[in-house]
Design a protein around this ligand. Structure first.
Ligand code: HEM
Length: 465
C-alpha cells in the first residue's frame, strides 16, 4: 500500500505500475481493508470492465478524495446512485451535432495557440495549458477565457491537488476509520478539509458568473446554458451538484489535454522521422498546386489517417492517466476460474497496457493504421472503460487532433538539449518540463498564422457584439 501511494512519484511513467504485469494479466493487492485487482492486459479489461460493466462500475467509498476533498460531488468518483443523473446530462458531450459545434470552437482556440507559439516560443508548455483550458471553458461556459493568471493558477492547483489526493491517504484504503473514529478525533481531517474548501471556493468563483448569466438570459451558447441548465434537460441535481459537474468537466478535460500535448511534443522532438511523415501527409492535403497554404482543420480528418493514428499513439506511448480510479464490484463474480468477492476494486493499469505491443518504447503511429485509427477508443484504454468511460473522449480527440495537425504543419519541433523520453515532468508549470525548441517552419507559414489570427479576432469581436 505504501508503494502504491507513491506509485506516481517518478512522474506519470510509474515504474511500479509497469512492474505489476510480471505477475500476469491480473495482480491482486491487499491494501488496507480492501482487495484490489490491477488489470494489466486488454482481454481482462474488456471482460471485467466492459462485458461485466453492470457490476463493475461502482466507485468505492473514499472519505478523503471523495468526501472531504470533493464534498461528495466530483462526478468521476461519485457512487453510482448519485452519479447517474450527472452522467445522463454529460452524455450530450458525445453527441455528433454538439461535437461539430465544439470542433469549430476548437479550431478558433487553436489559432491562439499558434500565435502564442510564434510570439513566445520558449513558453510552449504554458500555451498548451491555455489552449486546453480555453477550449473547455468556451465549450462549457460559452465564453472566451478571460481569467487572470492568478485565477488560472488556482484552477490548476485545484486539479493537481485532487489528482494527488487520489490514492494518497491511508483512510481511503481503510474507509471504516472515518466511521470508527469520532469526527473530533480524526487528526487527518484538517488538511483535507482545508483543501476541499479551497476547491469549493475556486469552483464557485468560476461558476457564479455563468449561472447568473443563464438566469438573466445573457449567457452565450455552451454546455451550461444549452444542456445542463436548459429547462428541457430537467436536470434533477442541486445547484451545488450542477456547479461541481460543470467545473469538473473543465478540470478533467483541460489538464489531461495539456499533459497529452506535452507528450506529443516529446514524441516529435525525439522522433523526427515521424514528424516528417506526418507533415508529408498534411502537405499533400493543405498545400495547393500553386504553393498556397491553408491550415488543416476538422474537415480534413478523414484525409489524415496518419495524424489520427498519431493521436492514439501519443496516448499509448506515455499514458496520460497511468491508472483509472477504482471500479468496484457490486456482486460476487466468478471469472476464468477466479472468484472475486463483492467489494473487490479493479483498476485499469494504463502503464502495463501500453506495453502490450511490439517495441513498446518506440513511438510509431503506423501500428494503429488498421482502418480504426479514427476510432479513438478502439484498442486503446487511455479513457478507461465500461459505463464510467471518459465522457469527453471525442472532445479530447478533436482538441488533440486540431492542435497536433496545426503544430506539425506550421512548426519545426526539435530538442533543445538532452531529453529522457520518460521524464515528461508534467507537473512543472513555471518552467519548461523538458528542453524543446519550436521554430516556425517558413515565412509563408508565419504569414498563414498571422492571417488566421486576424480572422480569430474578427470572430471574437462578432461574438462579443
Ligand atoms: C487526453 C485527454 C483525456 C484523457 C486521457 C482522459 C481520461 C479519463 C479517464 C481515464 C477517466 C476515468 C474513466 C474510468 O474510470 O474508467 C475520465 C473520466 C472523465 N473525463 Fe476524461 N480524459 C481526457 C479528456 C477529457 C475531456 C476533454 C473531457 C471533457 C470534455 C473529459 C471529461 C471527463 C469526465 C467528466 C470524466 C468523469 C466521467 C464520469 O464521471 O462519468 N475528459 N477521463
Amino acid at each position: 500500500m505504501f508503494q502504491f501511494t507513491k506509485a506516481r512519484d517518478a512522474g506519470l511513467w510509474a515504474p511500479f505500475l509497469a512492474s505489476l504485469s510480471k505477475y500476469g494479466p491480473m495482480t491482486t493487492l491487499r491494501m488496507g481493508s480492501q482487495t484490489w485487482v490491477v488489470l494489466n492486459e486488454p482481454q481482462v479489461v474488456a471482460d471485467l470492465i466492459n462485458k461485466h460493466g453492470k457490476i463493475t462500475n461502482e466507485r468505492p467509498e473514499m472519505p478523503i478524495a471523495g468526501d472531504l476533498v470533493s464534498h461528495g460531488m466530483r462526478t468521476v468518483i461519485r457512487p453510482t446512485a448519485s452519479w447517474t443523473e450527472g452522467r445522463r446530462v454529460m452524455h450530450h458531450l458525445l453527441s455528433g451535432s454538439v461535437l461539430r459545434v465544439y470542433g469549430n470552437w476548437q479550431e478558433i482556440e487553436s489559432l491562439q495557440l499558434l500565435s502564442a507559439y510564434l510570439d513566445d516560443p520558449t513558453r510552449w508548455y504554458a500555451h498548451h495549458y491555455r489552449y486546453s483550458i480555453a477550449v473547455l471553458y468556451r465549450l462549457v461556459m460559452g465564453e472566451n477565457l478571460d481569467k487572470t493568471q492568478a485565477e488560472l493558477d488556482d484552477y490548476q492547483k485545484v486539479t493537481m491537488e485532487f489528482t494527488w489526493s487520489l490514492l494518497r491517504s491511508f483512510v481511503d484504503y481503510f474507509p471504516q476509520f472515518s466511521h470508527w473514529v469520532p469526527t473530533a478525533l480524526q487528526w487527518w481531517r484538517p488538511v483535507w478539509v482545508k483543501m476541499g474548501d479551497f476547491h469549493h471556493r475556486v469552483f464557485k468563483d468560476w461558476w457564479d458568473p455563468i449561472r447568473n448569466a443563464v438566469q438573466d438570459g445573457t449567457a452565450k451558447p455552451g454546455f451550461v446554458r444549452d444542456t445542463l441548465l436548459h429547462p428541457e434537460m430537467r436536470y434533477k441535481g442541486s445547484e451545488e451538484e450542477a456547479m461541481y459537474l460543470a467545473t469538473s468537466v473543465i478540470a478533467a478535460g483541460s489538464d489531461n489535454t495539456r499533459m497529452t500535448l506535452n507528450t506529443f511534443l516529446m514524441a516529435m522532438i525525439s522522433h523526427p522521422e515521424i514528424l516528417a511523415r506526418a507533415r508529408e501527409e498534411m502537405d499533400a492535403v493543405c498545400v495547393e498546386e500553386d504553393g498556397t497554404l491553408r491550415l488543416p482543420g476538422m474537415a480534413d480528418f478523414e484525409q489524415l489517417p496518419y495524424l489520427a493514428a498519431m493521436v492514439k499513439e501519443v496516448l499509448r506511448w506515455r499514458p496520460t492517466t497511468p491508472i483509472t480510479p477504482q471500479h468496484q464490484l457490486t456482486e460476487d463474480l466468478e471469472y476464468e476460474g477466479y472468484y472475486f468477492p463483492k467489494g473487490t476494486c479493479f483498476v485499469i493499469n494504463g502503464i502495463a497496457l501500453s506495453q502490450q505491443c511490439d517495441e513498446p518504447d518506440r513511438f510509431d503511429p503506423s501500428r494503429w493504421l488498421d482502418g480504426n485509427e479514427g476510432n479513438i477508443t478502439q484498442g486503446l484504454w487511455a479513457f478507461g472503460g465500461g459505463r464510467r468511460i471518459c465522457v469527453g473522449y471525442r472532445v479530447a480527440q478533436q482538441a488533440l487532433y486540431v492542435a497536433m495537425a496545426r503544430l506539425v504543419f506550421c512548426f519545426d519541433l526539435t530538442p533543445d538539449g538532452p531529453v529522457n523520453t520518460r521524464k515528461l515532468n508534467h507537473f512543472s508549470l513555471d518552467k519548461q518540463p523538458f528542453p524543446a525548441k519550436v521554430t516556425v517552419r517558413s515565412p509563408s507559414h508565419e504569414e498563414l498564422i498571422q492571417q488566421a489570427a486576424k480572422k480569430r479576432e474578427c470572430f471574437l469581436m462578432s461574438v462579443r457584439v
